[in-house]
Design a protein around this ligand. Structure first.
Ligand SMILES: NC(=O)c1ccc[n+]([C@@H]2O[C@H](COP(=O)([O-])OP(=O)(O)OC[C@H]3O[C@@H](n4cnc5c(N)ncnc54)[C@H](OP(=O)(O)O)[C@@H]3O)[C@@H](O)[C@H]2O)c1
Length: 255
């Protein structure tokens, strides 16, 4: 007889997960994927009425969920809100911001806003959650929703690309620092996905042509295209994966 290897489980029963930006788009898809796998999900975003509606839908679907009104642009507040929570096992940082514009039209205020949410927010969500993970001693998985634009350039996206390239560097350094605590830090890098964030781009026929010309699989992404990768990186199926970027880009960055 041969001793057969065991396929790692994708279940997350008994785990607690924080999802920033969990009330819409990719974050909402992440929350559903993790809750369906058995995790208790804490869904964080700013708009309370939207959070209330999401909570109702999650409860009706039978998922274990709570909401947290949080602005990742307010570092002091987010740190104290995360400190007030029991340690998380899984974190999906999906809160993000884009203001597509030519570089020559970009104001210091626009630049600051993108960096505050996409880089500073991502950093302090990571460190606040990791501190409690270290204290709890159970390890954890921190997943940032970065972008294919963390690996290439894009039209009208100089600041957004700068912010996502920063996230890609950040997770590599954090993976080195927190590996000894079994805290894994990775990114998911989606191509264009239909969400409220990208509506302005999809309203522009020239941009739609550009997008279609770059995605080898010849279709725009859906939220469901991201959910499996979130589950993979959250679970023991990816136990040896850290400091990595999972491209979910339909082949955009292949060439
Ligand atoms: N959609 C795409 O094509 C695409 C592609 C690659 C990467 N991404 C990245 O994926 C992430 C999610 O994008 P999405 O398309 O899913 O966007 P979305 O549908 O607009 O959702 C954004 C979510 O983030 C929350 N949020 C925004 N600012 C926040 C803040 N300051 N503090 C806390 N929560 C905040 C929003 O809720 P409130 O407004 O109520 O706070 C909402 O829940 C972003 O990081 C984005 O850069 C998206």
């Amino acid at each position: 007889m041969v001793e057969l290897p065991k396929t790692p489980s994708l279940r997350l029963d008994g785990k607690r997960a924080l999802i920033t930006g969990g009330s819409s788009g990719i974050g909402l898809g992440s929350a559903v994927a993790l809750a369906e796998a058995g995790a208790h999900v804490v869904i964080a975003a700013r708009n309370e009425s939207r959070l209330k509606e999401v909570h109702e839908s999650m409860a009706e679907a039978g998922y274990s969920a709570e909401t947290l009104t949080m602005d990742v642009g307010d570092t002091k507040a987010l740190v104290s809100q995360i400190n007030a929570q029991p340690a998380f096992d899984v974190v999906v940082n999906s809160a993000g911001y884009a203001r597509p514009a030519p570089a020559l039209d970009t104001t210091p205020e626009d630049f600051q806003q993108v960096m505050d949410i996409n880089v500073r927010g991502a950093f302090f969500v990571s460190t606040s959650c990791a501190r409690a993970m270290v204290d709890a001693g159970n390890g954890g998985s921190i997943i940032h929703i970065s972008s294919q634009m963390g690996h290439v350039g894009g039209i009208d996206r100089s600041v957004y690309c700068a912010s996502k390239h920063a996230v890609e560097g950040m997770i590599k350094a954090l993976a080195i620092e927190w590996g000894p605590h079994n805290i894994r830090v990775n990114t998911i890098c989606p191509t264009f996905i239909k969400t409220p964030l990208t509506q302005v781009t999809f309203d522009n026929p020239e941009r739609v042509e550009w997008i279609k010309s770059k995605i080898k699989l010849d279709r725009i992404g859906e939220i469901e295209d991201i959910m499996g990768s979130v589950l993979y990186l959250a679970s023991s199926a990816s136990a040896l994966v850290t400091g990595s970027s999972l491209m979910v880009d339909g082949g955009w960055t292949a060439g």
